[in-house]
Ligand binder design. Structure first.
Ligand code: HEM
Length: 543
């Protein structure tokens, strides 16, 4: 027989390949069959055919944006063809992506996240795994397991606990100020995205793990590995096949993951030993809170003095999830706050005036005042409005839910959208500038957050959802608000932070389009959405 001449390892490889091929073909068949049926029902989708799904609809759009622009731009452009369907449409990009129902309206998003409270899709695990080092993160769990896990960490993100973290946030921001001063003295161009990525790692490392990383000043194993993981991450729908199937990626991600695990493990052992010794000692971080409960509730732990290794692995996955989600999107948000303020001098003047009023004329005194009266951070309505308007125009994330057999969404015109077999994508980029729900949708107007319901600019309920709503909304949103407001309060009167794309482009010439919707600091995929090219900038010290 022929097979007797084929070595057994080749037989194994061929079998594996056949299994893989069968899996891919069956996935593709399911996706195309589903979309065929949806199209038969007259449901909205871009031009579709059995071979390429909706992919050909992307081709003319690809020419309108820079090659590395975030896919959110393409999806937002597509949604404009479906206004009579409340901007909702189905999207079949297999084999590059899972089947989607894209929704861009407050009412449909409210149904998915609040009224029906649909579960999270398991495909999300693929996104979080390189950061978390395991599956079943708070982002992806469902049902009782999610509820239990959420309850364990929720107290660590309460408004009062986050306010008690003021010292960590102020201390790290004070050292950021020193670095910015240094850049101002040198007058150099630098990548703000890198600096703020490490800066936010330092904050989240202190708040979550009680660990001082100093990663923005020097090499730190955890900060370095996490930032490298972000750089190597690819979008689920990445169309560039060389990037998508780069054979080096799994190796780098494995190495980074190992580096993070060993660092977190050492820190957990130290925190555990501290809390074992004295559980009445002041609580400094979220991990202190969690370990105190763990020790209190487990008699065997108290008597053995050891942390169960299974528990430790579980905890490490959650810590790493927070370290990732707690630094990446917030860094991007701060960059866009600086950018939009520098493009809108009237808003810059107003935010500075607010800081003068609340903290007095000396910017360097803000940190000390916040340490003395942390609640002063909640006395900044204009700063909050700037932050909300920034997150409207440049939302760092989006929301997803798993469609269900009996879950149908319905728009105000009575159109019904079955959700079985699709992932529902709440596309914040599109929803936040949907002209059906926003006046002057593309303009930066912080004042819209300060007017009453009778004013035409007053935001429609549920149209602003950068943190999503419902039980699965962002657990870290209070921390985000405090982080960003503190950074703005301690820096905007000290410095002008100005994009330096013109100079950057001369130093790094490249062909092709360089703006999206007229913006050079357009969104690119870098785990969360970040400004293109790492936001090259100059910092000028104000007199
Ligand atoms: C500007 C910064 C941030 C943005 C824009 C953001 C956005 C979001 C969004 C949209 C969701 C919901 C996703 C969905 O419904 O599918 C979410 C969930 C979540 N966020 Fe954030 N986030 C930010 C910062 C943070 C921070 C600082 C932390 C923690 C340290 C954090 C931890 C989480 C977690 C754990 C979840 C999952 C919650 C659950 O399902 O129970 N995020 N975030």
């Amino acid at each position: 027989m022929a097979s007797t001449f084929i070595p057994s390892y080749w037989q194994g490889a061929i079998t594996l390949l056949l299994i893989l091929l069968t899996y891919v073909i069956s996935k593709g068949w399911h996706s195309r069959r589903l979309f065929y049926k949806l199209r038969q029902q007259g449901l909205p989708m871009p031009p579709w055919n059995i071979f390429t799904g909706n992919m050909l609809a992307l081709l003319p759009l690809l020419k309108k944006f820079p090659g590395n622009a975030h896919q959110n731009y393409l999806i937002t452009e597509l949604s404009k063809d479906f206004t009579k369907w409340d901007s909702a449409f189905y999207l079949d990009l297999w084999p590059f992506s899972i089947p989607f129902l894209v929704i861009n309206s407050p009412s449909l998003a409210t149904q998915a996240t609040q009224e029906l409270d649909l579960p999270k899709p398991f495909d999300l695990d693929r996104f979080f795994r390189p950061f978390a080092g395991g599956t079943d993160t708070l982002f992806t769990l469902n049902g009782a397991e999610w509820k239990q896990t959420h309850a364990i960490f929720k107290p660590g993100f309460s408004a009062s606990f986050i306010l008690s973290q003021t010292d960590n946030i102020v201390r790290e921001t004070a050292s950021l100020v020193e670095i910015l001063k240094d850049h101002a003295t040198k007058g150099n161009i630098f990548l703000l995205d890198d600096l703020l990525g490490y800066f936010m790692m330092d904050i989240i490392g202190a708040v979550v793990l009680g660990s001082r990383l100093h990663s923005k000043q020097q090499f730190n194993q955890l900060g370095h590995a996490m930032r490298s993981q972000v750089r190597w991450h690819i979008a689920d729908g990445e169309l560039n096949i060389f990037k998508r199937w780069n054979p080096a990626r799994p190796l780098v991600q494995w190495y980074n993951s190992h580096q993070m695990d060993s660092y977190v493990s050492k820190e957990l052992d130290e925190r555990f030993a501290e809390r074992q010794k004295n559980s009445d000692a002041p609580v400094h971080s979220i991990i202190d809170l969690v370990l105190d409960n763990y020790i209190k509730e487990n008699f065997s732990v108290r008597t053995s003095g050891r942390m169960d290794p299974i528990y430790k692995k579980w905890l490490s996955v959650h810590i790493r999830t927070f370290l990732f989600s707690g630094h990446d999107s917030t860094a991007s948000t701060i960059e866009y706050c600086y950018h939009l303020l520098s493009k809108h001098p009237e808003a810059m003047a107003r935010i500075r005036a607010e800081h003068d009023n609340v903290f007095g004329p000396e910017p360097s005194a803000v940190g000390a005042q916040l340490l003395e009266q942390p609640q002063k951070i909640n006395m900044l309505p204009y700063t909050t409005a700037v932050l909300k308007e920034t997150m409207r125009l440049f939302p760092a994330a989006s929301g997803v839910r798993k469609g269900q057999p009996n879950a149908t969404l319905q728009d105000a015109n009575g159109h019904r959208f079955p959700t079985e077999g699709v992932t529902i994508l709440m596309m914040h980029t599109a929803l936040h500038i949907n002209p059906d729900y926003w006046k002057e949708p593309n303009s930066f107007i912080p004042e819209r957050w300060l007017v009453g319901p009778e004013h035409p600019l007053y935001p429609v309920k549920g149209a602003w959802r950068p943190f999503e709503f419902g039980p699965r909304n962002c657990i870290g949103q209070t921390l985000v608000m405090q982080d960003v407001k503190t950074v703005l309060a301690m820096t905007v009167r000290e410095f002008d932070v100005c994009a330096a794309y013109n100079e950057w482009d001369k130093l790094h010439p490249r062909k092709g389009l360089k703006t999206a919707w007229g913006e050079r600091a357009y969104h690119v995929f870098r785990a969360a959405a970040h400004p293109a090219d790492g936001f090259p900038c100059r910092v000028i010290k104000r007199k």
